[in-house]
Design a protein around this ligand. Structure first.
Ligand code: NAP
Length: 349
């Protein structure tokens, strides 16, 4: 309530909730949103704490790791394992202890008061006493005219997924960070030539990753250059670029694969206006905890971390979110779910 006693309207639009009947909506103590390493770990821990978590798998079940091949840096797996297999194991372990997992995307939330209201796929109502947001991040695209149309036809944001289609061909990678170095280096396993196109003349990538790329004969650096369009009808048949120094445009017509490695955008759209975020949409958490500005709402994984972005760090924050949620619930308790009064009108004989 405002000081003058009127109800606060200082919250995002709630019109999506207008025609949804919550009177018999399912109610949970913990709802986990997103199934990357953070989400499954949060589910595992809250399940083992007997909190009966419900987890929603979202549009990309398993998250970014399902688009990678070998994961060699997850501790405890000295021989590495495949990203999708790793996420299957996370799921199996979380479910073994009682996690209930469901397909569906949390599209709207109402965090005005507890129990919080969630809409799954715009229509299915769920009440949650606490929410753990682990929605991850998605690869960014440049927004070029023909880019989206050619996704899967030569345009890709995942070298590990699509690199093998370009055996013996010439591909281009855009970006100057660690991802770009990693993807370019990986692509040399298949492609004969990998152009690494960067908009500046200095890389953002760590020294070791730069070094690896510089030492690779198949990688050709194209500095001070931006891609302005991707060419081709049903497959990539070249890219159009502009040199930022000279302003000259040209076409690289030998490029048949176009890979984006320009960072990620957090999948935090449904929480905008409810949770405090940085200027890039990453959820802000309090100190070393997973507390958001909203009581009983916790954030973990890449949705709140644009710095480390590792499976192991995501799993770590998922664990913290579960412990935070458990302690928060034992301190604050649950709030009774509003239910419609049963209809006691006598039935006419
Ligand atoms: P990043 O470090 O943010 O780098 C993004 C790159 O894309 C930058 O070089 C940036 O150029 C460029 N870029 C962004 N928008 C662009 C645009 N519109 N047009 C052209 N270029 C654009 O992202 P990242 O490489 O994905 O790495 C993210 C984090 O993950 C980092 O902390 C990184 O260390 C980590 N990571 C680690 C590893 C590893 O250690 N194995 C592997 C991958 C990622 P500017 O430089 O000009 O801004």
């Amino acid at each position: 309530m405002h000081e003058n006693g009127t109800a606060s309207t200082d919250h995002p639009d709630l019109s999506a909730f207008e025609n949804v009947d919550f009177s018999e909506a399912e109610a949970r103590d913990v709802v986990v949103v997103g199934t990357g390493p953070a989400g499954w770990t949060a589910a595992l821990y809250t399940a083992r704490a007997d909190l009966n978590p419900l987890i929603f798998m979202g549009p990309e079940p398993g998250g970014q790791l399902t688009t990678t091949t070998d994961v060699e840096n997850y501790p405890g797996f000295p021989d590495g394992l495949l990203g999708p297999e790793m996420m299957d194991r996370f799921q199996e372990q979380a479910e073994k202890f009682g996690t209930e997992s469901r397909y569906g995307t949390v599209t709207h939330v109402d965090f005005r008061e507890r129990p919080y209201r969630l809409l799954i796929d715009e229509e299915t109502p769920v009440y949650a006493q606490t929410v753990i947001v682990s929605t991850g991040a998605s690869a960014r695209y440049l927004g070029l005219e023909n880019e989206q149309r050619l996704i899967g036809k030569g345009v890709s944001a995942c070298a590990t997924c699509d690199g093998s289609f370009f055996r013996g061909e010439t591909v281009a990678v855009v970006g100057g960070g660690d991802s770009a170095m990693e993807e370019a280096t990986f692509l040399t396993k298949f492609a004969d030539t990998v152009y690494l196109i960067h908009r500046r003349d200095e890389l953002r990538a760590s020294k070791i990753m730069q070094q690896r790329a510089f030492e690779n004969d198949k990688i050709e650096f194209v500095w001070d250059t931006e891609v302005i369009d991707v060419l081709g009808d049903n497959a990539v048949e070249g890219i159009e670029v502009i040199n930022n120094e000279t302003g000259e445009t040209s076409v690289m017509d030998d490029v048949t694969g176009f890979f984006l490695a320009i960072g990620h955008t957090p999948n935090t759209g449904p929480f905008e206006g409810w949770l405090d975020m940085d200027e890039n949409g990453y959820i802000l958490t309090e100190g070393a905890t997973t507390y958001t500005n909203q009581p009983g709402v916790f954030a973990a994984g890449d949705a709140q971390d644009d710095e480390y972005r590792q499976a192991v760090t995501a799993a770590g924050t998922g664990c913290k979110a579960a412990i935070d949620a458990e302690r928060w619930l034992s301190e604050h308790g649950t709030i009774e779910v509003p239910r419609a009064e049963p209809d006691r009108t006598p039935v006419e004989a």
